[in-house]
Structures are given as C-alpha cells and as structure tokens.
Design a protein around this ligand. Structure first.
Ligand code: ADP
Length: 417
C-alpha cells in the first residue's frame, strides 16, 4: 500500500452507484412504505444516493424469504462441499471487483481505497474462502456411555440469522458475519449501517451472481431503532450477531430476552492500551502508536487509544511522535494519493469527535498536535495527540472512535517482598 501511494498510483475512479434498493428473495425492491434515506459523501457532505429505507414490514418480508429458503430451500440441504464451492465463487467475485468495492467504500465512508482494497476487501475474500473450506468440516462427536449406549452430537444450522453491522468496515463486517452463517447452512437477513449501506447491496448482487440461491441472503438497509430493532425482536429470527456500540448491544440482548430468547453474539467497543517500555525501539513504537490510533481515521474498535509510555523515554517519544505527525496527510481519499487519512464517516461522528477534543482541553490535557477541523468542506479532522492525560479524564475512559490519541506516563517499579 505504501509503495502504491509513493508511486503516485492513479486515483481510484468514483464508482457508479448501481444498487440502492432492498435485496429480498433475490430481487432489488422498494421499501413497503416507499420511503428512502440519503447516504452522503463524507468528503463534501453531498448526497451520493437515495437508498430504500427498510422498516418493520420490510424486515418481516426479508425474514419470511429467509425462513422459506431455510425450511424448504436447497441451501441447508446441499452438501457442505457444494456450499463451499459456491462460497468460493463468491470470494472470487469479491476479488474481481476489489477496485470497485474499495472505491465504493471510500465514497460512502471516507476510507482510503488502496488500504481498503488490501485490508478490507482482502479480508472479506479471505473470510469467504476460510468458511468455504469449513463448510464440509462441520461434524459432531460420538461418546461412549454407560453399558451398550452411545451418545452422538450433530451440529445443525440454527436457521435464520439476523446480522446487524456497523459502518467502519462495512465489507469486512458483512462477510465475517455472512460467511460462517452460510457455511453452516443458515440463511440471513443483514442490516447494514445507515451511514454506509452501498457495499452490502453490491455484495448481495455478487452473491446472486455466484449462485447463492434466492432468499438465502437478504439485505435491508435502514435505521437502527426501526429496521435493526425489528430484527432483534423478531420471533422468527433464530440468532442475532451484532457489532456496534455497547449501548445498542444492551438493547439487542434485551430485545432477544423479551422476544424468543434467541442467542445473540455481541462485538462491542473498546479502549485498548498500548504500553511502551524504555527498551523499545522508539521509532518503531511511534509508527505502531500512529497506526494503532489513526488507522481508518481512528474508527476502529481495536484502536489503542490509551498509550502508556515509560517515564524515562516519555519526552523522547513525545518529540519523535510530534515530528512524525508533521508529515501525516489528511486529504481526499479518492483524489489525493498522498492521503494517510480521509474524512470521518459523517457529520454526527465528526461533531462527536471534535466535542471530545474540546472536552479533553477543558479537562486539562495538552494538545501536542492536531485536534482541529481541516479542509474547506467535508468531515476532516487533523489527528489529535493529547499529552498530560490523567486516567480519570473522560478522553482516557470513553471510546471516541476517531483520531484522538491519549499519551500517559508510567513508572516501572519493582517491589521486592
Ligand atoms: P455507532 O454508534 O458506532 O454508529 P451503533 O451501535 O449505533 O454504532 O450502530 C451499529 C449498528 O446497529 C448499525 O447498523 C445501527 O443501525 C444498528 N442499530 C442502532 N440502534 C439499534 C437498535 N436499537 N436496534 C438494533 N440495531 C440498532
């Protein structure tokens, strides 16, 4: 990716948006209500497209299609190796459309297309291949029991899986949830995030081209409290997998408990530490701190947003970091090949990050670099590095989900008993 950037590779073409409707039972359809919502380009705030807005009635239709495909269709009944073969074709199509998908993600979510192609799309194809390989290796156990009895376990698909995904890695999140469900023989209803609905619809079309039967994958773009909540509380959805905020994770578990007690899997936020000791290679430590915080503009649940540096090397580390940040480029991901960082995903997120930065200043942390909006338009933020951060400050405790690094000093003391 670095080489591609340095070579001044031609900019990725802004893709044509071909799919904006709900994908139910193998067809692109309007929402029952006829309503649409706008998805915007975070480089400018301009509207990219109007997308069909799914709600409870559309979720009902999607679940019905998934239920029929599960109860009567061929997908759960075909051999694992046949499912694997079709999923491999899906992976090949994802790879073949990597440029287009990466550019679409960039347009809808402000991601760097070269990185997205290498990381997100690469991982997406990788997940599909991995689970394609797993599809014919699902087996149970035989247990010797008392007397002449034997017990056996058989692993069976759960049924209809509801998959609710976030906006920071839309293609990767789609495939990491869809692929294992498909391998097991489940059918799915996916709700992409309202900020980034386009890639999921594009992927639905590729899945159809790959030969995944109608009704097996359904995609319902829409909002969380309407379409998302309808999936979580649906009596005919057998399991939900959710990635997103801790708050919404709680709502999903509650909705499951109130409806049919479907098992849920939740992947929620984080505030991970990066710990730098005095024997570390400081140049490398600086690079790691930067990529762990500013990769994907800090929109990552695994961001190492608390950086603890040993007292004896703190000042040197801080100086090197400030120096290195001078060459960091915030710019248009589709038109500036030098860009290290694009815009935040949308206005709400941009304002949220800036308000955390203001909060950090008010709490008494010092801005070493950045922390200001930049660019004439769009949702660009110069990445913020805070020093003198105390552990009880809000910026050190809450997940900011943006380009904000908190530096903290630690002392290493060996206590001998
Ligand atoms: P973020 O705060 O990072 O945007 P969210 O947890 O709000 O993350 O969103 C992640 C996904 O969950 C999105 O697809 C969103 O539409 C969905 N979502 C939000 N609220 C709900 C809800 N009440 N029930 C189900 N899904 C929801």
């Amino acid at each position: 990716v670095e080489a591609e950037k340095k070579s001044g590779a031609p900019p990725f073409e802004v893709p044509e948006v071909r799919f904006t409707k709900l994908f139910i039972n193998g067809c692109f359809v309007d929402a029952v209500s006829g309503r649409t919502f706008q998805t915007r380009d975070p480089r400018s705030g301009d509207v990219i497209a109007s997308v069909a807005e799914g709600d409870r009635e559309d979720v009902d239709l999607a679940v019905k299609a998934a239920r029929d495909a599960f109860d009567h269709g061929e997908w759960p009944r075909m051999s694992g190796s046949e499912r694997g073969r079709i999923m491999t074709r899906f992976a090949e199509l994802v790879e073949r459309h990597a440029d287009e998908l990466a550019a679409l993600e960039s347009l809808d979510g402000g991601k760097l297309p070269a990185v997205t192609k290498a990381v997100d799309i690469g991982n997406a194809a990788g997940s599909l291949r991995y689970f394609a390989g797993a599809a014919d290796k699902i087996h149970g156990e035989t247990l010797k029991m008392r007397g002449q009895f034997q017990g056996c376990t058989l692993r069976e698909p759960l049924g209809v899986a509801g998959l609710i995904i976030p906006w920071n890695f839309p293609t990767t999140m789609f495939t990491i949830k869809v692929a294992p469900a498909l391998a097991a023989g489940c059918t799915v209803v996916v709700k992409p995030a309202e900020q980034t609905p386009l890639s999921a619809l594009f992927l639905a079309d590729l899945a159809k081209q790959a030969g995944i039967p109608d009704g097996v994958i359904n995609v319902v773009p829409g909002f969380g409290p309407t379409a998302g909540a309808a999936i979580a509380s649906h009596m005919d959805v057998d399991t939900v997998s959710f990635t997103g905020s801790t708050e919404v994770g709680r709502l999903i578990m509650e909705a499951s408990a109130r409806s049919n007690l479907k098992p849920v899997s939740l992947e929620l936020g984080g505030k991970s530490p990066l710990i730098i000791f005095d024997d570390a290679d400081l140049d490398m430590a600086v690079e790691l701190a930067i990529s762990a915080n500013f990769f994907n503009k800090g929109e990552a649940c695994v961001a190492a947003s608390r950086v603890y540096v040993q007292e004896s090397v703190y000042d040197r580390f801080e100086k090197k970091l400030a120096e290195r940040m001078r060459s960091w480029v915030v710019g248009d991901p589709l038109n500036d090949p030098r860009a290290d960082q694009g815009p935040q995903v949308d206005k709400a997120q941009y304002e949220r990050v800036l308000s955390y930065i203001e909060h950090g200043k008010r709490e008494g942390a010092t801005l070493l670099t950045g922390g200001r909006p930049c660019g004439q338009k769009g949702y660009y933020i110069q990445p913020a590095v805070f020093t003198n951060v105390k552990e009880d400050m809000v910026i050190a405790k809450e997940e900011i989900f943006g380009p904000v690094m908190c530096l903290m000093k630690f002392k290493y003391v060996i206590i001998r008993a």
